[in-house]
Ligand binder design. Sequence first.
Ligand SMILES: [Zn+2]
Length: 410
Amino acid sequence: MRALHADALIRGDGAPLVDAAVVLDDRGTIIDVGPAADVLPRHAGAPRETVRGVVLPGLVNAHTHLELSGLRGRGRGGAGFVPWVEHLIGARSELRPEEDPGAVDEAVRELDVYGIAAVGEVTNSLVAVSALARRGLAGCVFHEVFGVEREPLEERVRALPRVVDERVGPWPSPDLTYAATPHTLYTTHAEVVAALVARAAEQGVRASLHLAEHGAERRFLEHGDGPVVAWYQSRLKLRRDALAWPGEAPVAFADRLGALASHVLAVHLTDARPEELEHVARRGAPVVLCPRSNLHIEVRLPPLLPMRAAGILPGLGTDSLASSPSLDVLAEARALADRFPSVPHADLVAMATWGGARALGRPDLGRVAPGARPGLFVIEGDPGPDPAAFVLRSVRTPRRWLSRRQEISR
Ligand SMILES: [Zn+2]
C-alpha cells in the first residue's frame, strides 16, 4: 500500500482536486481518494510520497490504427476524405506499413510515454496485438471487416477465427477484448454490419463503427452518388447498379442495423447534425472523436457544442499516424481547447480519460475512484489553481508513471 500526496489530481469522473491524496494497494488498485486533509489521516500507517504536479489516471486512446504507424507523416490532407484515402491506399500498397513491426513497436512505446493505458485499436492485420499485450495495454481490438459484396464478405467473416489463429495464435492478453467489427456503413455490406454488431452484443464486447465522418458518406447513403460512388467506379470498377444504398441518413441507417447501440462506438460523427446527435444520445451509443484527424483530412471539427448540448461525453482518439501528428489524446484535448474556448478544460481532460474508458466499456480505467486500477502518472510543475488548464498547457512536458497497470514484460 502507498499514499500519494499531490498538488492536484485529475479524477476523470469528477472535478479535479487541489491538494489531493490517493491511496493504492500493491497492484495499483485505488483504495481511497479525496482532499489530502481527509484521506491521509485515514491511512496514517501507509508509506507516503509527495508529488509535485498533477496526477492523472492512465489516458485512453479510444480510436487508433497502429498498423498504419509506418505511414507517419505520409498522409495528404485538406482535400476531403476520398482524395485522402485514395492517397493512403497508394502509400499503403507501396510502403506496406503493416509489415513494419519496428514502426508499430515504436508507436506502442509512444503510447506508454504519453501515459496511455488503454486503446481502441482498429486493425485489418492484427499486427499490433502482441506489442500491446507485451506492454500491458488494455482495451479493445476491433478486427475490421469491409466489402460491399455480401457473399464473399460473409465468407471472409467466417474465416476470421482462422486468421486470428494464424496471425496472433493464442490470444495474448485477457485485458484486450476482440471483436470483428464493421468499417463504415458505405464500405461494409449492411447485412454484415448488422450481423457483426449483433454478434458483439451476444459476446458482451464492444464493436466500433466509423460513423458520419464526412459529407461524402451522407451523400452516398442518402442519394447513391457523389465522391464515394466515383471512387468505387474508378478504383474498384464497380458499376453503379452493383452498389446498394439505403436512401437514409447515416445515423438513422446505423440505428436500423442495430449499430447505434450502447456497445458500438460511434467514431467521428463530424458530419452529424444536432437532431442526429440527440438520436445518438438517446441510444446511449459511446462517441469517440478524433479532432486532429478531422482537421487534417477535411479541415473540419466535430460538432462538440451540440454534442455537449445533447448530453454526450465523448472519448478521444487519434486515428492513425497517417492523419494525426501523434498518438497523444491530451494533444487532442488541447486542440479542442484552442478551438472551443467555452468548453471547460476539466471536461476536455475528462474526455481523454474517463470519456474513453466509458466508451470502451471499462469502468476500471480512466478514473481515480475506489476499486479502479487506471494506472497513474504525473505531469510535474506548479499547477496553480486550475489543474486541468495546467495539464492542457503542459502537453509537451514529459510524463512520468507513478503506477503502471502492468509491469512491462520484455
Ligand atoms: Zn479510423
